[in-house]
Design a protein around this ligand. Structure first.
Ligand code: HEM
Length: 406
């Protein structure tokens, strides 16, 4: 190895390696030198062509949605899909034939979906709902804003102009995954995942026309994997860190519901990790090279935390509490990238109060050992979840036809 490339590796290890807060190993190589080395033998497909997912998108949905946009069909499609809400519901009459045939195929669960595991996952999601909603909502949100590709695409797409609506829409899928009937006939996961796949395909077509967009085609398979890891992989690592008791069957089932969701969102089976070990290895490869600060991420974080503060504990205490909770969830490096303010009081309190609350909830410590501040956190988390549950009911996922105005 030349001296220059060794130095590059060291520099990148220093700058990106502190993702240790997420339990990630430091990157082995500098960003520019990184090749795709994750083995598809660790995927649910068990094998694959080994193509670098940075250069793979969604070859079925992308040309279809581009064509729907170009021929002005999307407003009518959105109108027709408004009342398509249940997994077992037939597709509405009147959809363009190419879209109908794509959706009939896209709504089918993969052959490897296991209903027993999906049922166990549903029970797990229910019993661990508070942690999962907090980790996927606040934690996942704060991680997403520290992913430059994602922060920029969210900022410059239509939804970037109205983040409250955007978060409510995104939470529709989150809550569908967590629902007891997620993939059962009466649930809505299939519907929301297929709609989201169409939304992403639209974004790939539209964003490239934005004067603010400087990248290539957005939302590659690698981008999808990165975001996926900020959801189940991150949540599982955090719950283990908090010593939440999780049985082997629950752990496997929770991975499974997200494997199925990845497939339904259009991630290729050859990239979907088959086990937690494979997931952690893939996360260690893709997250460090895809995270960092952007002005757009900082602005989005500020809006998101402002919203969170508004609905949790009104009064002067709320924003500092939300800042500190977010910092605690994602760690200092990501929090600094997101421009989250340091909070002298809460930054000290939360790292003690939250784990104590978890231990109390899990029956591991008695009440006197739980600090008073833990209840403020408990209440804040509940209000946050309730707020987004309500907001999510007021809106639906729709295919955008424009970028962010202006
Ligand atoms: C839209 C979830 C990955 C960028 C959405 C929506 C959901 C969602 C539920 C619909 C809500 C809405 O229309 O606002 C997910 C999940 C992902 C993922 C579960 C991965 C597992 C990504 C990635 C990017 C991205 C990797 C960018 C790099 C966007 C954008 C929109 C969107 C720009 C549309 C916003 C608009 O209409 O203005 N996503 N997403 N998503 N997503 Fe994703």
């Amino acid at each position: 190895m030349t001296e220059l490339s060794r130095r590059k590796m060291l520099i990148s290890g220093g700058a990106l390696g502190a993702l240790g807060a997420l339990g990630m190993a430091p990157p082995a190589q500098a960003r520019s030198l990184m090749a795709w080395t994750w083995a598809s033998s660790g995927s649910v497909a068990g094998s694959g062509a080994g193509a670098d997912p940075r250069w793979v998108w969604d070859e079925e949905a992308d040309p279809l949605v581009a064509s729907l946009l170009d021929r002005g069909a999307v407003p009518e499609v959105n109108r027709l899909l408004w009342d398509w809400n249940r997994n077992d519901q037939p597709l509405p009459q009147g959809l363009p034939e190419d879209l109908r045939s794509f959706m009939e195929k896209a709504r089918r669960l993969p052959s490897w979906a296991d209903h027993g595991k999906l049922n166990t996952a549903a029970e797990f999601n229910k019993s661990r709902g508070l942690y999962l909603n907090l980790l996927n909502g606040v934690g996942g949100g704060m991680l997403a804003t520290a992913i430059p590709n994602e922060a920029r695409s969210v900022y410059y797409s239509k939804g970037g102009a109205d983040m409250e609506d955007r978060v409510a829409k995104t939470s529709i899928l989150g809550f569908a995954v967590g629902a007891l009937n997620a993939y059962r006939p009466g649930g809505s996961c299939v519907v929301e995942a297929v709609k989201t796949r169409l939304v992403h395909a639209a974004v790939r077509h539209l964003l490239q026309k934005s004067p603010h967009w400087t990248g290539g085609i957005p939302i590659s398979q690698e981008d999808m994997l990165v975001t996926w890891h900020t959801l189940p992989t991150y949540a599982m690592r955090k719950m283990l860190e908090w010593k939440v008791p999780i049985s082997a069957a629950e752990s496997e089932a929770y991975l499974h519901v997200w494997q199925v969701t990845a497939h339904m969102l259009g991630i290729r089976d050859e990239y979907i990790p088959a086990t937690w070990d494979a997931a952690n290895a893939q996360s260690d490869q893709v997250l460090p090279r895809n995270m960092g600060p952007t002005p757009e991420g900082v602005k989005l974080t500020d809006i998101l935390l402002g919203q969170l503060a508004e609905q949790t504990s009104p009064g002067s205490i709320s924003r500092p509490l939300c800042n500190a909770l977010a910092r605690y969830l994602v760690g200092d490096e990501v929090a600094d990238w997101d421009g989250i303010k340091r909070e002298p009081v809460w930054d000290r309190v939360i790292p003690t109060a939250w784990p104590a609350l978890v231990r109390f909830r899990e029956g591991l410590v008695p009440l006197p050992l739980v600090p008073e501040a833990a209840w403020v956190l408990d209440e804040a988390a509940r209000k946050y979840i309730l707020f987004y549950l309500t907001k999510g009911k007021e809106t639906k996922i729709e295919i955008p036809t424009t970028n962010r105005p202006g």
